[in-house]
Write a protein that binds this ligand. Structure first.
Ligand SMILES: Nc1ncnc2c1ncn2[C@@H]1O[C@H](COP(=O)(O)OP(=O)(O)OP(=O)(O)O)[C@@H](O)[C@H]1O
Length: 311
């Protein structure tokens, strides 16, 4: 079942067409990756879907409610964690969460129950009485997610939730997101610049210049745009080049290795059979979401600074 349907959504800022014509859907309970380079139109789209900006055109249905007509109903069903922290520095986590929760729930007993549920889910018990400003970056992010969960939303928007965090802290934030998804059927709408995070998504929409460029599962996108590579390590590069020139696979030469683009992973078997006497070792590297992103957004590996020679 779709929890969100977006049809021909547009947003102009004067002469700037930030979102030109975007259509996609999000399934209930899924992790949806919404990707694009800086300025592609991600934040503008999210602001529209969260009822903060009025679209210039198109329509969206969120949790069965029509954007523009039933914005109050939509707001009750969505939570947002934006790039910036927005909890009050001087207040404790408990005070912050109770204040945010009271915007939606007036019964103090129900609020306390919800606070405990959210605290259990995000493991906040030990830091509930500490002021927000005294927490580490990762703890602050977990509290921001808790804030967005206080009214039990059906969809959680996470706009670059781990940008600027060190790898260990990013991992702890992801542990929270995974726990959340395991224990609730919440839909998570994620934007991120980390392709390894995007690869966890159930479906991905890739946008550029305010247009939808690709939509699919990470597997489908990798199949279409990210070729596997066979890397041959050798001290006899010249002989290898001669053999490879008789085979129909594009390759790139470096000082001690040659990288071959494979159409199918099993092509590696035929190649290895032919080059066996001239190699010291080999690796088969799988295509990644980075490859997909670079392909779809128009950048090539060469533009990224590689100096390999095609043979
Ligand atoms: N308030 C605004 N007024 C005018 N132009 C804007 C405004 N907000 C965004 N833009 C422009 O709209 C385009 C899309 O911006 P948006 O912030 O939606 O992109 P983004 O994909 O979220 O980028 P980032 O990853 O950097 O957050 C950009 O060209 C941006 O300069």
């Amino acid at each position: 079942m779709n929890v969100m349907e977006v049809n021909h959504l547009k947003k102009d800022y004067g002469k700037i067409h930030a979102v030109q014509d975007i259509s996609f859907h999000v399934e209930e309970g899924e992790l949806f990756g919404f990707l694009g380079v800086n300025g592609a139109g991600k934040s503008t789209t999210i602001q529209m879907l969260c009822t903060l900006f009025t679209p210039s055109g198109g329509s969206a249905n969120i949790c069965g409610y029509s954007l523009g007509k039933h914005n109050q109903e939509i707001r009750k069903r969505i939570g947002i964690v934006s790039q910036q922290n927005c909890l009050d520095d001087a207040l404790t986590i408990k005070e912050n969460l109770m204040i945010r929760g009271s915007l939606y729930e007036q019964d103090p007993n129900k609020l306390k129950v919800r606070l405990q549920e959210v605290s259990n889910l995000l493991k906040l018990d030990e830091i509930l009485t500490r002021p927000f400003q005294k927490l580490s970056g990762g703890q602050k992010r977990r509290c921001e997610i808790a804030r967005a969960l206080m009214h039990s939303p059906k969809i959680l928007f996470l706009d670059e939730p781990t940008t600027g965090l060190d790898p260990a802290t990013r991992q702890s934030v992801w542990y929270c997101i995974d726990t959340l998804r395991k224990h609730t059927n919440m839909t998570v709408f994620l934007t991120t610049h980390y392709m390894e995070e995007a690869a966890q998504a159930d479906h991905i929409a890739l946008i550029d210049h305010g247009l939808l460029m690709e939509y699919g599962t990470p597997y489908e996108l990798k199949e279409a745009y990210a070729k596997d590579r066979l890397v041959l390590h050798s001290h006899q590069i010249k002989q290898l080049e001669t053999i490879l020139s008789t085979l129909p696979y594009p390759s790139q030469k470096d000082i001690q290795h040659i990288t071959i683009s494979l159409t199918h992973t099993k092509d590696a078997i035929e190649i290895l059979d032919k080059v066996k006497p001239y190699i010291n070792g080999f690796e088969v590297l799988q295509g990644t979401m980075d490859d997909v992103f670079l392909h779809v957004t128009g950048k090539t590996l060469k533009e990224e600074g590689e100096t390999n020679v095609c043979i």
